[in-house]
Design a protein around this ligand. Structure first.
Ligand SMILES: C[S@@+](CC[C@H](N)C(=O)[O-])C[C@H]1O[C@@H](n2cnc3c(N)ncnc32)[C@H](O)[C@@H]1O
Ligand SMILES: [Zn+2]
Length: 1002
């Protein structure tokens, strides 16, 4: 191994605080690059910013840390203590007040480390991300660190992201004073990066001003052509949204009526406003008429006509099955051109709110006229590209379902009027290009056009027949086509007027864009480098990067290339010839895209399976390793969806020549919803910190063989040092397990391979089993606070460890059972595809593989614990205590009913009629039961007795039967009390038992 000073990120990182900022950032819209243009699965800037600082700055407490960096850091931190206390957050303030009183404190290097970490935590806050004081300090430290670590004076460290996507990482690199090199395979991503990393730094506010000016011009020009297709009402009201339903012919015997496909009849449902539709069967005309009900109440409002893809006829009641609905729509290419307009939403001058009316001849006439105009333009069109994109839109099972219904080109997603609006705006951009020709510097001209083309993309997202009308929104509320990362069929859709100043209109989209341009201009950034390139063959030369920080694609998480074709086909028509290289091909490049596609689309991507993904990722990691300077540092972000998946990713990194030195989970989900979905292990992204594995002479090393016994000896020591430190910071549970992987892997991955005495090579998989075991043992020691956990049977150890894994500490959201239920209930699908809607689950759920690893680490066997843990497929469920009552009390007892019914549990456990509440009135009919075999069983029995209000029985059980005389029962109760979620029954019950302890003389 090379000797180098550790970077801060290799020693510590305030992940709780950074995670909180990252979560909060998700709700920030104004000026955030995510509002420039959609990119799927963007990284929060907060996390990127903190990680880059901590990766570029050395740890002042490391013996090898250059003195010049320590001095500079000290000076800056003293300045903060002296001048900027008001800019610090409460958590940092205390420490810095101390420095203000006694600046000498910062002479201590460990203290200096804490100060820097505090600074990093506060800088992660979005509100501080443009504050000059923060920027100046961060940039000075970045520069000093770079020079101190051997960079040429006056140069900046180079941060490279070969999977740059929406540009979060390179933007943050520039922000903190590094140079950035961003590349992505995808031309749309490349354009986004160009705007942020090249155009904004180069043209600053001037770009924003020009884009505003020409954006307004575009609107005026387009309006001239389009206004007639969006007529106002004679009474002055303005239609802001048109609601459409696709239709089918009812296949009921002898019926044949036109059935509009509508998911829900509610039009507005917010506050005191509730408006709905009523369907009126018109038998004579064989169709459905509509009526609008104001002040609708729940019971007045019927069901929609379509459910999971099949359509029920309001006239004859027959349900036309999914297959026929598909066939019919397919024959009509999705049925957008002849969809039924059923409602027009308007606003009225001087009046608040929205109004709902049925369509009129005027509305229908405008639609017809638009269709005729579109046809005319298409007829007259000459040119290499079709006016409306005719590039193929492929079916991808479970992801792109709209094509099943006949939407087989990207252009087919637009109704004729929508397509006409898109063409007109596209043509206007073209005119602008001619107009600007020679007027401005060529680069600026292209930057303006690029911004406006991206703005048009934003309009496009909300101007399709897969864009829904949002009945709850405050604005005009058209939900864009990419509210998820797929293209499901949408039966009834909303069409906005693109010329209005509303969320779906040009002006509003322009505003979002301008906000970002202006906000980022303030940062005064150096120019970054952006190119289109595959990460599999990176254009940079060896050893050039000081930091490779990247967030690569993850298995089949997001089909970026296919999704982005939606935008690509329009960009190619608007600004394709400004970037001939980027837009040479009809669609985005797919061949080299690293994504596990085979499951979705075995026809186009038969070879792209999980193995292929892993191979390519190994190759990409090797490229990253190649361009990184031997003294540089790497950071790779992984989602940890399944332990398997990301064990393979770790393997890929080790195979590619990296050694892992730290790992940090940063929690980025806003709600508990996703987090709960796969229980313990989803919301966080793991940041793996790594270094090139090399000899001291700098050459790549291939033959450094580790001895398995040494590795196994060192492992528990590392975990023993690490876990309590994490706990002190509030990092517990799954987060802590993942944070332990870094140090654990450092022990293992510093070798090119580890061998047993027999010469057998130890696989990463085998090692990781040991890591989980070591973590479980260490955690258990913490849970029982020094008490010897081995005194408990396996069921108690497993229960404690299970609950600990699911806990998130005092600052996080602990996983209460209700949250788990909520998460697992989520995701609604309505396009008739087989939805794998997870069943409702109560109890404490872990991914099976994680549960198995934990159990194994504790010497427990899930197979023997069927009365405690239920395994079903991929998940393992620790049963709620109430569900164990039959097991614990024998046959005479009945299962308590669902928690939902809110029946008092005491009425249920011993069957109907048994037991009344309260000590005195306790009915004696208590079925005889024997004390459970293990401490946990006896504790659960006590908890259930308490929970059913059987105080006397509880006393008898604890005192006379002697269950309470075992001190382990109380120790376990104490431990579990700290682990059961605060709002759970178990928590209440175990505390109830504990309260009796003293009174009963234990
Ligand atoms: C997880 S995303 C990056 C997101 C980014 N960090 C952000 O915050 O927006 C992964 C990116 O990898 C890109 N990608 C996939 N295969 C690639 C390849 N072979 N070379 C370069 N980029 C690739 C995708 O286009 C996608 O933008
Ligand atoms: Zn019918």
């Amino acid at each position: 191994m090379m000797d180098y000073p550790k970077r801060l990120i290799e020693v510590d990182l305030p992940i709780k605080r950074i995670s909180a900022h990252a979560r909060r950032e998700k709700s920030i819209r104004h000026g955030h690059i995510s509002t420039l243009h959609i990119w799927w699965a963007r990284r929060p800037l907060a996390a990127c910013r903190a990680v880059i600082c901590a990766a570029l700055w050395p740890d002042p407490a490391d013996p090898l840390c250059p003195e010049s960096f320590r001095q500079a850091a000290r000076t800056w931190m003293r300045q903060w203590a002296a001048n900027h206390l008001t800019l610090l957050e409460a958590e940092s303030l205390k420490r810095f007040l101390g420095y203000q009183k006694d600046p000498g404190k910062l002479d201590d290097n460990e203290e200096l480390r804490c100060a820097l970490l505090d600074f990093i935590a506060d800088f992660a806050n979005w509100d501080n991300s443009t504050r000059w004081e923060y920027l100046q300090t961060a940039r000075a430290l970045t520069q000093t660190a770079h020079e101190a670590l051997g960079g040429l004076p006056g140069t900046r460290p180079l941060v490279v992201d070969p999977f740059a996507g929406g540009g979060a990482i390179p933007l943050e690199a520039l922000r903190v004073g590094a140079d950035a090199f961003a590349s992505d395979l995808n031309p749309v991503a490349v354009l986004l990066n160009k705007v942020v990393l090249e155009y904004i730094p180069k043209y600053g506010q001037q770009l924003a001003d020009e884009v505003r000016k020409w954006g307004e011009w575009v609107k005026k020009e387009a309006e001239k052509e389009l206004a007639e297709f969006y007529p106002k009402d004679p009474d002055g009201a303005t239609p802001i949204a048109y609601l459409w339903a696709r239709t089918i012919r009812c296949e009921g015997p002898g019926c044949g009526a036109e059935v509009p496909l509508i998911r829900s009849l509610w039009l507005a449902k917010k506050g005191n406003r509730s408006v709905a539709l009523r369907l009126i069967p018109n038998r004579k005309e064989k169709r459905v008429d509509f009526e609008i009900i104001e002040n609708a109440r729940g019971r007045d409002v019927g069901e929609g006509t379509v459910r999971r893809g099949s359509a029920t006829c309001p006239i004859c009641g027959y349900t036309t099955p999914v297959a026929s609905v598909r066939r019919q729509l397919k024959e009509r290419r999705g049925g957008t051109a002849d969809a039924r307009l059923f409602c027009v939403v308007t606003t009225r001058p001087g009046q608040q709110g929205r109004f709902y009316r049925l369509p009129t001849e005027r509305d229908l006439g405008a639609v017809k006229k638009a269709a005729a105009e579109l046809e005319r333009r298409q007829r007259e069109h000459q040119g290499p590209l079709s006016l409306v994109p005719d590039e193929a839109l492929p079916v991808m099972s479970g992801v792109f379902n709209a094509p099943i219904y006949g939407h087989d080109t990207w252009g087919s997603l637009f109704t004729p009027r929508q397509a006409l609006a898109m063409l007109t705006l596209t043509r206007t951009l073209f005119k602008l290009r001619e107009k600007l020709n020679g007027m401005l510097e060529n680069g600026l001209e292209i930057a303006i056009l690029c911004s406006l083309a991206l703005t048009l993309n934003k309009v496009a997202e909300r101007l399709t027949s897969l864009s829904r009308y949002d009945t709850s929104a405050k604005m005009s509320g058209i939900i864009g086509i990419f509210s998820g990362q797929r293209l499901p069929m949408v039966w009834d859709f909303g069409e906005g007027n693109p010329l209005l100043d509303r969320s779906s209109g040009w002006e509003q989209c322009l505003k979002w864009h301008l906000d970002v341009l202006s906000e980022c201009s303030k940062l005064d950034l150096y120019c970054g480098n952006v190119i289109a390139s595959s990460a599999l063959a990176h254009p940079l030369s060896n050893d050039i990067a000081n930091c490779v920080f990247t967030d690569p694609p993850y298995y089949n998480a997001v089909p970026y290339a296919d999704l982005s074709d939606f935008f690509y086909v329009w960009l190619r028509r608007t600004i394709g010839n400004c970037y001939p290289d980027l837009f040479a091909d009809p669609l985005t490049p797919k061949e080299e895209e690293i994504c596990e596609m085979a499951g979705w689309d075995p026809d186009r991507y038969p070879h792209k399976d999980g193995k292929w993904f892993e191979q390519k990722m190994t190759q990409a990691m090797a490229e990253g390793w190649r361009i990184l300077n031997p003294a540089g540092v790497g950071v790779v972000v992984f989602a940890h969806k399944s332990t398997d998946g990301w064990e393979a990713m770790l393997q890929a990194m080790i195979d590619a020549g990296w050694t892992i030195t730290a790992s940090w989970p940063i929690d980025t989900e806003m709600s508990t919803r996703l987090r709960a979905r796969n229980s313990a292990a989803l919301a966080s992204s793991i940041h793996l910190v790594c270094r090139p594995r090399i000899n001291s002479d700098g050459s790549g090393q291939t033959d450094n063989i580790g001895d398995w016994r040494d590795v196994l000896q060192e492992l528990p020591r590392r975990i023993h040092d690490w876990l309590p430190r994490l706990a002190k910071e509030g990092v517990v549970g799954a987060d802590a397990i993942f944070a332990c992987l870094g140090p654990a892997l450092e022990v293992f991955s510093r070798y090119s391979r580890v061998e047993k005495a027999s010469g057998e090579v130890v696989t990463l998989k085998e090692y990781l089993e040991h890591v989980w075991a070591a973590v479980a043992r260490e955690a258990l020691g913490m849970i029982f606070e020094g008490a010897d956990a081995t005194g408990f049977e396996e069921d108690a150890r497993l229960t404690a460890m299970w609950l600990w894994t699911l806990s998130t500490g005092p600052n996080g959201n602990s996983h209460t059972r209700n949250q788990l239920e909520f998460g697992l209930e989520a995701e609604e699908r309505d396009d008739g595809e087989e939805a794998s809607r997870p069943a409702k689950i109560s109890g404490f759920v872990l991914e099976y593989d994680a549960a198995r690893k934990i159990a194994q680490g504790l010497g427990a066997h899930l197979e023997n614990l069927a009365s405690l843990v239920e395994v079903k497929g991929e998940t393992a469920r620790l049963l709620p205590v109430a569900e164990r009552s039959r097991y614990l009390f024998g046959k005479g007892t009945s299962q308590p009913g669902g928690r939902k019914k809110k029946q008092p549990v005491q009425m249920q456990i011993f069957g109907p009629g048994a037991g009344a509440k309260g000590e005195e009135g306790e009915a004696g009919e208590m079925p005889a039961f024997s004390p459970g075999a293990t401490v946990l069983d006896r504790l659960h029995q006590s908890m259930l007795l308490f929970g059913t209000g059987r105080g006397e029985a509880l006393k008898r059980f604890l005192v006379e039967e002697g269950a309470g005389r075992d001190p382990r029962l109380w120790r376990l109760a104490q431990a579990l009390s700290a682990l059961y979620p605060a709002s759970s029954e178990e928590k209440r019950w175990v505390d109830g038992v504990l309260v009796r302890k003293k009174g009963l003389g234990f």
